[in-house]
Design a protein around this ligand. Structure first.
Ligand SMILES: NC(=O)c1ccc[n+]([C@@H]2O[C@H](COP(=O)([O-])OP(=O)(O)OC[C@H]3O[C@@H](n4cnc5c(N)ncnc54)[C@H](OP(=O)(O)O)[C@@H]3O)[C@@H](O)[C@H]2O)c1
Length: 277
């Protein structure tokens, strides 16, 4: 069980990835994202999750360059966007992301969504980047089990990570079991359901019992379920609050109660439907 903000899970290729990090979707490029990343790193965060489509890799790169923490103690994730998928275009997109981030290598490079007819070729490009040492681990995002099966049937490398929507309303129990059985680390996006669960009475009761906030209870639930979590905030107080989850442990009955909130409700698109939008 993670005891400290920099504690890591060991990915299927041996690389260590922090259990906890900062998400920066919707953080504006420039000062907003730069300050958020700087604040987070000062508070002990070591993992930052961005993506080409967030449009803020430049600001993340600036913050990383000026933070004073040695590069090998940081864990930077970015993702190839849908319109850049395919073999050659993924290689070009990666180089653009790497330049914006001002990095020699990226720690984790993900396929953002399983674009039909393209994601296998995209995966082959990620395998090349991995073999050449430009990325320390490769993975996917928004992949259901059948997408993972397709990659595993055609590719040489099993994804290290599947980053999916995950929160008490969408506990992804079958996918989590599949990932655990195949050495794929699940990672939660929108762990706070984008703020939609903060007033939930059951979570509020549990939070009161531990003297913690609802956000902290949810994030702790992620960790105790073996899921990496990357809450987003650009607010220094909330960045600090979200990280203060390593000094308590939810009892089995409270884990069960939160597990019982799973209704399958999403805030984002179902990966099976996003191609149709
Ligand atoms: N792979 C994908 O397709 C995908 C999709 C979505 C997200 N993601 C990743 O996952 C990260 C997290 O997901 P998310 O940004 O969608 O949502 P989230 O982390 O569930 O929620 C973020 C929202 O909650 C607020 N918030 C944060 N901490 C809070 C706290 N302690 N108390 C009250 N409100 C709080 C934030 O506002 P303030 O900033 O004002 O604090 C923001 O509005 C993203 O930033 C991104 O890196 C990936």
């Amino acid at each position: 069980m993670p005891q400290h903000i920099s504690d890591c899970t060991r990915l299927n290729n041996g690389v260590l990835m922090p259990w906890f990090g900062l998400g920066v979707w919707k953080a504006k490029d420039g000062d907003e994202v730069r300050q958020a990343v700087r604040t987070a790193i000062e508070l002990g965060y070591r993992s930052i999750d961005t993506a080409a489509v967030y449009g803020n890799e430049t600001g993340v790169g600036e913050a990383v360059a000026e933070c004073g923490i040695p590069r090998d103690q940081l864990f930077i994730t970015t993702k190839v966007w849908n319109e850049h998928q395919g073999y050659e275009s993924t290689l070009r997109a990666f180089e653009e992301s790497r330049q914006k981030l001002r990095l020699d290598y990226v720690d984790l490079y993900l396929i953002h969504w399983p674009v039909k007819g393209k994601y296998i070729d995209t995966w082959k490009a990620l395998q090349k980047l991995y073999k050449e040492g430009y990325v320390r681990a490769i993975g996917v995002s928004n992949f259901h089990e059948h997408h993972l099966q397709a990659i595993m049937a055609d590719g040489e490398i099993v994804p290290a990570v599947d980053q999916v929507e995950y929160h008490p309303r969408l506990a992804q129990t079958e996918l989590l079991r599949f990932c655990n059985d195949h050495g794929i680390q699940m990672e939660a996006w929108s762990p706070l359901m984008q703020g939609k669960l903060l007033d939930h009475p059951l979570l509020a009761d549990i939070a009161a019992k531990y003297g913690k906030s609802v956000s902290q209870v949810i994030l702790r639930w992620d960790l105790q379920n073996g899921v990496v979590t990357i809450p987003k905030s650009v607010n220094p107080g909330r960045i600090a609050q979200n990280a203060d989850i390593f000094d308590f442990e939810l009892a089995a009955e409270d884990m069960e109660a939160i597990n019982g909130m799973n209704t399958g409700e999403r805030v984002g698109t179902n990966p099976n439907q996003f191609d149709e939008q």
